[in-house]
Design a protein around this ligand. Structure first.
Ligand SMILES: NC(=O)c1ccc[n+]([C@@H]2O[C@H](COP(=O)([O-])OP(=O)(O)OC[C@H]3O[C@@H](n4cnc5c(N)ncnc54)[C@H](OP(=O)(O)O)[C@@H]3O)[C@@H](O)[C@H]2O)c1
Length: 315
């Protein structure tokens, strides 16, 4: 691996992919390769194979996926299962055939069972049932983890999976129908501030969640790129969580909304707690740098600068 190594970042325009691209560029990596979904539909196996034959990437980072929050997962189970499997299968298989040196697969903390002990350890994978609202997405991601593990086991190749906790940051999706909780709250508080209205949020506010700023996630990918990690699966997070209520209050403060905050407890809460055990990454020497308050400030500043054309992901 050197600064001229040809690195293909699948999903390089997404929140995570673009952060990985920026971080690699800032570190002097000069041979980066990216294609938009219009240029290369990763669901198309033939197109993916010929792209790999033509471009011969030496390293592949898979940050391409059909991504969304509870609502989108629940309403579009087929897309979340099938598109994610198609995208990752085509990438993993083409990388195998082309004999790439390294493949980094990004999954999600939802691969772990709904009622697994907290904090979530890597070995809890496949020990119990999944959270039903996002099992489609989770099952697709689990098959990706297993494909990389099988390649590692059978062929001794450096295919590794990183499971990030909830991510947020610049280039996030702020569409209220398809976004995750943190960007959705930023948008809600911002609009309520503009209109002098209260903010109504789903649930009781008591579930606990962990959030990692996307630039820290990118740093973990570069860590996995520059080091040969000894195992096939690693959690990536801060190792710290807070209640959804505390999150809402932090965002309210950063945005400067002074109106009322109403909790609609007739709406579902989801999993009571979701915290990653990140001791394996810590033991290897990786740790996040940006705390939640600072990350939310950076994200809100970016949202304000890009308010005219923030991403709104439609299915
Ligand atoms: N966001 C989170 O909180 C979170 C948490 C844990 C894990 N992750 C994981 O991180 C990875 C990236 O997530 P993200 O938040 O960056 O998502 P994102 O912003 O929605 O970006 C996903 C990217 O995937 C590309 N893509 C989707 N379908 C494609 C297709 N058929 N062909 C080619 N490209 C396609 C899109 O490319 P175009 O822009 O060109 O259309 C897009 O840039 C995913 O694997 C996700 O599971 C995210």
């Amino acid at each position: 691996m050197n600064k001229e190594t040809k690195i293909y970042i699948a999903g390089h325009r997404g929140m995570v992919g673009s952060a990985i691209w920026r971080t690699l560029e800032a570190k002097g990596y000069s041979n980066l390769l990216g294609r938009t979904s219009q240029e290369l539909d990763l669901k198309d196996q033939i197109a993916v194979r010929s792209f790999f034959t033509e471009e011969q990437p030496e390293v592949v980072i898979d940050a391409a996926a059909r991504v969304g929050g509870i609502l989108a997962n629940n309403e579009y189970p087929y897309q979340f299962l099938m598109e994610n499997m198609q995208i990752q299968n085509n990438l993993i298989d083409a990388a195998m055939i082309q004999n790439v040196d390294k493949f980094i697969f990004l999954g999600s903390s939802c691969i772990y069972p709904k009622l697994a002990p907290q904090p979530l350890k890597e070995e809890y994978l496949l020990t119990d049932s999944l959270e039903p609202t996002n099992e489609w997405y989770a099952i697709a991601k689990i098959t990706g983890v297993k494909a990389c593990q099988a390649i590692r086991k059978q062929f001794g190749k450096d295919f590794v999976s990183l499971m990030p906790t909830n991510l947020y940051g610049t280039h996030d999706n702020f569409d209220l129908k398809t976004s995750h909780v943190l960007p959705a709250m930023i948008r809600k508080f911002h609009e309520a501030k503009q209109n002098g209205e209260p903010v109504e949020l789903w649930g009781s506010g008591t579930p606990m969640r962990e959030f990692l700023f996307v630039d820290d996630m990118a740093e973990s990918v570069i860590f996995a790129l520059e080091n040969k990690l000894p195992e096939h699966l690693y959690n990536v997070g801060t190792g710290e969580d807070l209640t959804i209520r505390e999150l809402a209050e932090t965002i309210q403060k950063v945005v400067g909304h002074t109106g009322e905050l109403i909790w609609d407890s007739s709406k579902p809460d989801g999993t009571p707690r979701k915290l990653m055990d990140i001791s394996k990454m810590h033991d290897l020497g990786w740790k996040h740098k940006i705390d939640l308050q600072e990350g939310i400030k950076k994200t809100y500043a970016w949202f304000l600068e890009n308010i005219e054309n923030v991403k709104e992901v439609k299915i």
